[in-house]
Ligand binder design. Structure first.
Ligand SMILES: NC(=O)c1ccc[n+]([C@@H]2O[C@H](COP(=O)([O-])OP(=O)(O)OC[C@H]3O[C@@H](n4cnc5c(N)ncnc54)[C@H](OP(=O)(O)O)[C@@H]3O)[C@@H](O)[C@H]2O)c1
Length: 341
C-alpha cells in the first residue's frame, strides 16, 4: 500500500457514564491500522451509523482503561485487501457492521474480515447505506435463520419496536420476502406513520392498556410470530396473543424474564444476536451473503434505506449528538454520521 499513515483521526471512548462526560467520546489521533492480513480488508470509512449497542458499551464503562473505538455500522471504500481475501478488490464500495471484539468504525480507517462485509448498494450514497448493515443483519437472521420464514410463509407477525432501527428494516424484509402479515407496535403519530410507510398492515399502540385486545382484533386466532426489541414485562402479553406452538424471536438484553407462562401453549423463544457469528467465527460468509441480498433488494427498488437523520462530520461532537438521539429510545429509523460535511 503506497501511503500508509502512522496515525489516523478517530473518536475514542475513554470512560463510561453519561454522554456528557467529556471522556465518553473524545477526538484523538490513534495508531493507524497495519496493512491487512488474512481475510481482512482495510476500509476508508465514509459514514457510520449509531445503534443502541454503541450507547450501551459507551455507558457501561471502559474497564480496560484503554481508549476504545466504538462504532458497528459503516459504509466505505476498500483501500487494501489481505492475502486470503477473494470477495473484494481495492476500490470497491462496501458496507458492514463488523465485530464487537475489534476496533469499531468511528475512525477514518478500519480493518474488517471480508466474510462479514457486503457490497454497498450501488443506488445508495455511503450515508444512506451506513444505516443498514447492523439492523439488516439482525432482522435477516431473526426472520430467516431463527423463525425460518420463507416466501411460502403466511400467518401474522407482531413487531415490538417497529419504527426503530431493526423494526424498520424487518418490516420491509417481511413484506417483500414472505407472505406474512405485519402488525407493527408504535406509540406516536410519527412512528405509526413511518411503520405504515414501510409496509405494516396494521399498527397498534404498544402503550395502549388494551394492547392484547387490539392485537387479537387484527389476528383473531392469535399471532404466529413475535419479533421483540422490547421484552420487559411482555411475557404475559406474548402468552396471550400467540397461538399454540407460536414463536418469539427477541433481540434485547432483558436478563430476568420468566418464560414459564409460555409453556401452556408450547411457545418457542429464540434469541438473536447479530454479533454471534463474528464472536464465534461461525459461518461468517452467511453475513456477507445476506448483506449482498439486502443490497440487491435495495438496488431493485424493493426495500429502501432506513436513514432518517444525517450529521457531519465524524467527530466527538456529532457522535455525542447521535448518542443522545439514540438513547432517547424513540428513534425513528436510523441516525448516520457522515465522515465529511
Ligand atoms: N441482538 C441483536 O443482535 C441486536 C441488534 C440490534 C439491536 N438490538 C437491541 O434491540 C433494541 C432495539 O434496537 P433498535 O436499533 O431497533 O432501537 P431503536 O432504534 O432505538 O428503537 C426505537 C424504537 O423503539 C420503540 N419503542 C421504545 N420503547 C418501546 C416499548 N416499550 N415497546 C415497544 N416499542 C418501543 C420506539 O417507538 P415509539 O417511539 O413509537 O414508542 C422507537 O421507534 C435495543 O435494545 C438494541 O440494543 C439487539
Amino acid at each position: 500500500m503506497a501511503d500508509q499513515p502512522q496515525t489516523m483521526p478517530a473518536v475514542v471512548n475513554r470512560a463510561g457514564g453519561p454522554v456528557d462526560n467529556p471522556d465518553s467520546l473524545v477526538d484523538a489521533l490513534v495508531p493507524a491500522p497495519a496493512a491487512p492480513t488474512g481475510h481482512d480488508l482495510l476500509v476508508e470509512v465514509r459514514a457510520v451509523s449509531v445503534n443502541p449497542v454503541d450507547v450501551k458499551v459507551r455507558a457501561s464503562g471502559n474497564r480496560a482503561r484503554k481508549d476504545r473505538i466504538l462504532g458497528w455500522d459503516a459504509s466505505g471504500v476498500v483501500l487494501a485487501a489481505g492475502p486470503e481475501t477473494n470477495l473484494f478488490r481495492v476500490g470497491e464500495e462496501v458496507y458492514y457492521a463488523g465485530s464487537l471484539d475489534r476496533p469499531g468504525s468511528n475512525a477514518s480507517r478500519q480493518l474488517v474480515d471480508e466474510r462479514i462485509v457486503g457490497s454497498k448498494p450501488t443506488s445508495l450514497s455511503h450515508v444512506e447505506a451506513a444505516a443498514l448493515p447492523l439492523t439488516g443483519i439482525t432482522a435477516w437472521e431473526a426472520l430467516f435463520d431463527k423463525l425460518r420464514l420463507t416466501t411460502e410463509s403466511t400467518g401474522t407477525l407482531l413487531v415490538l419496536g417497529a419504527a426503530g432501527g431493526v423494526g424498520s428494516i424487518l418490516i420491509q424484509l417481511t413484506k417483500v420476502l414472505t407472505g406474512v402479515k405485519v402488525i407493527a407496535a408504535a406509540s406516536r403519530p410519527e412512528s405509526r406513520a413511518w411503520a405504515e410507510q414501510l409496509g405494516a398492515d396494521v399498527v397498534v399502540d404498544h402503550s395502549d392498556p388494551d394492547l392484547a385486545r387490539r392485537i387479537l382484533d387484527a389476528a383473531p386466532g392469535g399471532v404466529d410470530y413475535v419479533f421483540s426489541a422490547h421484552s420487559r414485562g411482555r411475557i404475559p402479553l406474548f402468552a396471550e396473543v400467540l397461538r399454540p406452538f407460536g414463536q418469539i424471536v427477541a433481540i434485547d438484553d432483558e436478563r430476568d424474564l420468566d418464560f414459564y407462562a409460555l409453556k401452556d401453549k408450547s411457545i418457542s423463544w429464540h434469541w438473536e444476536f447479530m454479533f454471534t457469528r463474528p464472536r464465534h467465527s461461525w459461518d461468517l460468509t452467511a453475513q456477507h451473503d445476506l448483506l449482498d441480498r439486502i443490497a440487491e433488494l435495495v438496488d431493485d427498488g424493493r426495500i429502501r434505506t432506513t436513514l432518517t437523520r444525517t450529521l457531519a462530520p465524524l467527530d466527538a461532537t456529532r457522535l455525542r449528538e447521535a448518542h443522545r438521539i439514540v438513547e432517547t429510545g424513540h428513534t425513528i429509523g436510523k441516525v448516520v454520521v457522515a465522515a465529511e460535511e
